[in-house]
Ligand binder design. Structure first.
Ligand code: UDP
Length: 235
């Protein structure tokens, strides 16, 4: 069983069936799954995206300044982080929001040691604001935080079961990988995460598991050693 994990949740998945914002039922379902693995003693850091509210790149397409747009995106991740921490506390699970840039008292400013201290106290460390820098994504933020907090693995929760040869939502012949190397991801041009995030994981030996977080119970299955999702490994 993993001792410490970094869980990445996309902002988009928080929309559930909606077109925008946060679906409280989806949020509550995530909180239940997270609480269930915390009960096993796993130390959990979470990075959450903001695509359900704002993305800098699409803002730039509509005339926003890119840096300001990215800052809006980072604020969006913080909104989601607060929503998740609230859902976790409603479920009876302690959590602490740590922000990449100083936003006190919305959260405390992130440091590796504060995150580790929170996790060792049995709190979920929700790491908001991505990397704190524009031109990055929360996938890169989660790779960075995963490495910093010395996580055993980065779990990337998505709405598909793992990594496929092609987009399974578009191509019925797409085949799922049980395991794949980082290099194969580059060679096949698979778009699982941006290359900055993939490279950061590869160079720092952080394995990734891509799995379907929307199936309730999947997170617990993964933690208890069931072979679900796709493992990305070195060689
Ligand atoms: N963002 C950023 N720097 C970071 C992380 C995120 O500027 O380190 C901004 C960026 O504009 C991005 C937005 O925040 O589009 C939301 O994050 P992301 O698109 O990764 O969210 P997700 O796709 O996971 O919902």
């Amino acid at each position: 069983m993993y001792k410490r994990i970094l869980l990445k949740l996309s902002g988009e998945s928080l929309m559930g069936e909606q077109q925008y914002g946060i679906d409280e039922n989806r949020l509550a379902a995530y909180a239940r799954q997270i609480k269930d693995i915390a009960a096993l003693g796993v130390e959990i850091g979470i990075v959450i995206g903001g695509g359900n509210i704002f993305r800098g790149l699409s803002g730039a397409g509509k005339g926003f300044d890119r840096v300001k747009g990215d800052q809006m995106g980072m604020l969006a991740t913080t909104i989601n982080a607060l929503a998740l921490s609230s859902a976790l506390s409603s479920a009876g699970q302690k959590a602490r929001v740590l922000t990449a840039v100083n936003m006190f008292p919305i959260g405390e400013q992130y440091s590796k040691w504060k995150a580790i201290e929170a996790m060792q106290n049995g709190e979920i460390a929700i790491l908001a604001g991505g990397t704190g820098c524009p031109y990055f994504t929360t996938d890169t933020g989660s790779a960075l935080r995963g490495i910093e907090i010395e996580a055993d693995v980065m779990l990337k929760g998505t709405r598909v079961d793992g990594i496929y040869t092609a987009d399974p939502e578009k191509d019925p012949n797409a085949k799922k990988f049980d395991r794949i190397t980082y290099d194969e991801i580059y060679d096949r041009g698979l778009k699982i995460m941006d290359l900055t995030a993939t490279t950061l994981c590869r160079d720092n030996h952080l394995p990734i598991i891509v799995f379907n977080m929307d199936k309730e119970g999947n997170l617990l299955k993964l933690i208890t050693g069931e072979n679900i999702g796709t493992l990305v490994y070195e060689k």
